[in-house]
Design a protein around this ligand. Structure first.
Ligand code: SF4
Length: 283
């Protein structure tokens, strides 16, 4: 038997990233003024470098953009950020993914309806920093998993629960179940997990279970990619996350006569997947 590669049907960019990439290349190619990106447009270092080569500068404060166009990353920004940029005379192109906007609107709605808000996710992720700003921070708790829930939160009468768009569905479900078991009087749940991520995770785990080696392609700073890799690793310890084809030889794997599963995170463009597939064929 020769080497066999199984590529996940759901591998690669989601519609939110595709939209952000398409628009950012359009803006960059057409603009005669300076173009900035507020934070990396997407969490993929190779794409960010490619845009930088075309002249896009990544900034984290508007003072670094004296004039020109500023593109807002797909993960969104805190409330009020867009108006600050506009007040400074910058041309703003908002590339926030519509599904991230749905999370922001869910937090806003829960805050307006006076719920205490529990967000299941990573409190340091830009998407969550942006989402929290739609409520009073005093009335928001961010937990990575149910083990981080503190007892006093179960004393709240009205609790609203949402999720970071890219978290594993089981982590969200476990937190929701904990509130149900503790008999909190009123619970409102918005399922803000992105379908694309959910499908990617499910397919990747199924493939990982049946192959000798699982390769997950995507930025090491990409939350959705590292989560897919972690889930695959739980069912197949021979799981490796890589960003580029150059990393294939350094894995030191003997792939002869092996079945290799491949998937890629939502911020991995097709040209990177192609390069890695070629690298695996030759390895
Ligand atoms: S993974 Fe989902 S939420 Fe994140 S950018 Fe893509 S479509 Fe939007």
């Amino acid at each position: 038997m020769s080497k066999k590669i199984i590529l996940a049907e759901t591998a690669g960019v989601c519609f939110g990233v595709e939209r952000a990439l398409k628009k950012s290349y359009e803006v960059t190619d057409k603009s005669e003024e300076d173009v900035y990106s507020f934070g990396p447009i997407i969490h993929n270092p190779q794409v960010v470098r490619h845009l930088e080569e075309k002249g896009v500068k990544v900034i984290d404060k508007f003072e670094d953009a004296p004039s020109g166009t500023v593109m807002i990353r797909a993960h969104g920004v805190p409330l009020g950020t867009l108006s600050v940029a506009k007040e400074r005379g910058l041309n703003v192109v908002d590339l926030t993914c519509p599904i991230v906007k749905k999370l922001q609107h869910s937090v806003k709605r829960l805050a307006e309806e006076a719920y205490f808000i529990v967000i299941v996710g990573d409190k340091n992720h830009p998407e969550i920093i942006g989402a929290i700003s739609y409520a009073d921070p005093e009335n928001v708790m961010v937990v990575d998993s149910k083990s981080e829930l503190e007892d006093q939160v179960f004393l709240k009468k009205r609790v609203g629960i949402v999720a970071q768009t890219t978290i594993a569905f089981d982590r969200f479900r476990e937190v929701v179940e904990e509130f149900l078991q503790r008999s909190v009087e009123e619970i409102k749940i918005f399922n803000t997990i992105c379908d694309d991520i959910f499908n990617k995770q499910r397919e990747a785990v199924e493939i990982a279970k049946s192959v000798d080696v699982m390769i997950v392609i995507g930025g090491k700073n990409s939350s959705n990619t590292t989560k897919i890799a972690k889930l695959c690793h739980e069912v197949n310890p021979n799981t490796y996350q890589i960003e580029t084809a150059d990393e294939v030889p350094s894995l030191g794997l003997d792939l002869n006569e092996k079945t290799i599963g491949v998937t890629a995170g939502a911020s991995t463009p097709s040209w990177i997947i192609e390069e890695i597939l070629n690298g695996l064929e030759k390895a």
